[in-house]
Design a protein around this ligand. Structure first.
Ligand code: 4AD
Ligand code: MG
Length: 446
């Protein structure tokens, strides 16, 4: 009888035993009578040694990188002085090709290699994800989402799944994807925040991991048209509680990720210099940040004159300036207390300094903003004024306004861009590498 097919990651438990493994030919090398295959099954890599069997059979002829194969043999510890993934290898006694893969121009390694240009890489994302780097990023992505869920569970914060098709905006009308919904205007959600707020009296503190959509014509390293948004909303908290919570959730999720030896190996493979951030994170007020920029000669471009000029209080700090400052400081930074004019309609104002809001962005070195959060306006009248200031018709927001009518409370929350967090964690150049099938202006395939 045949042994059940084993997952490569579990093979350390099967040393000296005969196993059957199935997977894809990751690397192929022929050396005299021996054929070496590094087999990949998504859980790991296994070196397989095929001897004296690579004759002119059909299977031998179609054996190529990315072919799927089934191999039988004994798992042996690798002899001293030799390395192999996992510290063991499979000495095959029988094998067959299950699905052939092309050679020539269509061969995987000809299609995709270090020389491949951007559009080729983008068009072949379905093949790129078979690679060691891309699949490691996706593994870390799965791992950190799992860890976040564990941390939220520990704090009794309940997961919900808000809708993606909505009729309200959250972060400004300019970045809405609009579509026809049975004859009505509807949008793809920019943020699930408003829905999370309505869940507080129902479920208590809540979070979601949901796609958000932004029609931003930004061709940058950190903008996607569709991204995974991890958002949470907490009742009866202060602004200080909010920042402490964000910092705790991120640090504890990273700690949890690194406790998993597989995840830790993927992370350090991608980012050998990764260091866990130390707590508490630096907190820098918006006003002090403006001072910092001016003291360090970090300028902004004046819209009218196109000249480089100093920042003044009230300015929106542009991506380039924010990045320069974050990279100089080299640590995670909570930038807080933004002017109300540059922030969303729902944000609570600082008592005694009403031109500014209880809002915060978390900035990470090499990426910039990965989290945006704030305390929310709890007072109904003040919210109505917020709609007015932003020119928002309050009618479609009746359910959000009702939140202030039926037992309002102080509350706040945040949204974390999962791809941006991953770009920081795994040291990727762009968020496009951190999404399974990234979307950006002009790109919605594969
Ligand atoms: O700062 P943002 O726009 O805040 C909100 O949407 C709030 N309503 C969230 C909340 O309080 N529940 O977006 C939050 C985060 C940003 O910090 C960034 O990490 C990410 O979402 N983000 C994007 N990521 C990739 N591509 C884009 N185009 C993004 N826009 C925002
Ligand atoms: Mg933001």
């Amino acid at each position: 009888t045949l042994p059940a097919a084993s997952k490569i990651y579990k093979l350390a438990d099967f040393r000296t035993k005969r196993v059957r493994v199935s997977g894809w030919v990751h690397r192929l090398r022929q050396q005299k009578e021996l054929t070496f295959i590094v087999l990949r099954d998504g859980t790991g890599y296994l070196q397989c040694i095929l001897s004296g069997i690579l004759s002119q059979t059909y299977d031998a002829l179609v054996l190529a990188t990315e072919a799927s194969v089934e191999i039988f043999g004994v798992i042996q510890e690798v002899p001293e002085g030799k390395t192999a993934p996992g510290g063991h290898e499979l000495v095959a006694d029988h094998w067959r090709v299950l699905g052939a893969a092309p050679g020539g121009d269509d061969a995987y390694t000809n299609k995709l290699n270090a020389e491949s240009e951007g559009p080729v890489v983008a068009d072949n994302r379905h093949l790129v994800i078979r690679g060691e780097i891309a699949s490691a990023v996706l593994q870390v992505r799965a791992g950190i989402l799992r860890s976040f869920r564990k941390v939220f569970d520990k704090y009794t914060i309940t997961e919900v799944t808000p809708p993606c098709m909505v009729q309200t905006q959250v972060e400004g009308g300019a970045t809405l994807f609009q579509f026809d919904y049975y004859g009505q205007v509807a949008y793809l959600t920019q943020s699930s925040q408003l829905y999370l707020e309505t869940c507080l009296p129902s479920l208590g503190d809540v979070y979601c991991i949901q796609e958000s959509f932004r029609a931003e014509n930004s061709h940058t390293r950190r903008h996607l048209s569709e991204y995974t948004h991890l958002e949470a909303e907490l009742a009866f908290i202060t602004f200080d509680d909010l920042m402490t919570h964000i910092e705790a959730v991120i640090c504890e999720a990273v700690d949890d990720l690194l406790l998993d030896p597989r995840m830790s190996a993927f992370l350090y493979q991608l980012n050998p210099k990764f260091k866990k951030p130390s707590r508490p994170f630096m907190r820098l007020s918006y006003k002090d940040a403006i001072k910092y920029l001016n003291e360090h000669g970090i300028k902004r471009k004046d819209d009218e004159t196109e000249q480089l000029v100093d920042h003044v209080v009230g300015d929106d700090i542009a991506e380039a300036a924010e990045r320069q400052m974050t990279d100089q400081l080299g640590v995670p930074i909570f930038l807080y207390g933004f002017p109300k004019e540059i922030k969303a309609f729902y944000m609570k104002k600082i008592v005694g300094d009403e031109g500014f809001t209880e809002s915060c962005d978390l900035l990470m070195p090499n990426v910039g903003e990965i989290v945006g959060g704030s305390m929310r306006i709890a007072d109904m009248q003040e919210l109505l004024e917020g709609y007015k200031r932003e020119g928002i018709d309050p009618a479609p927001y009746y359910w959000f306004t009702d939140q202030r009518k039926y037992g309002t409370c102080e509350h706040g929350g945040y949204g974390l861009g999962v791809e941006r967090l991953l770009a920081w964690l795994t040291d990727r150049f762009t968020v496009r590498e951190c999404s399974l099938y990234p979307r950006w202006p002009g790109r919605a395939t594969p």
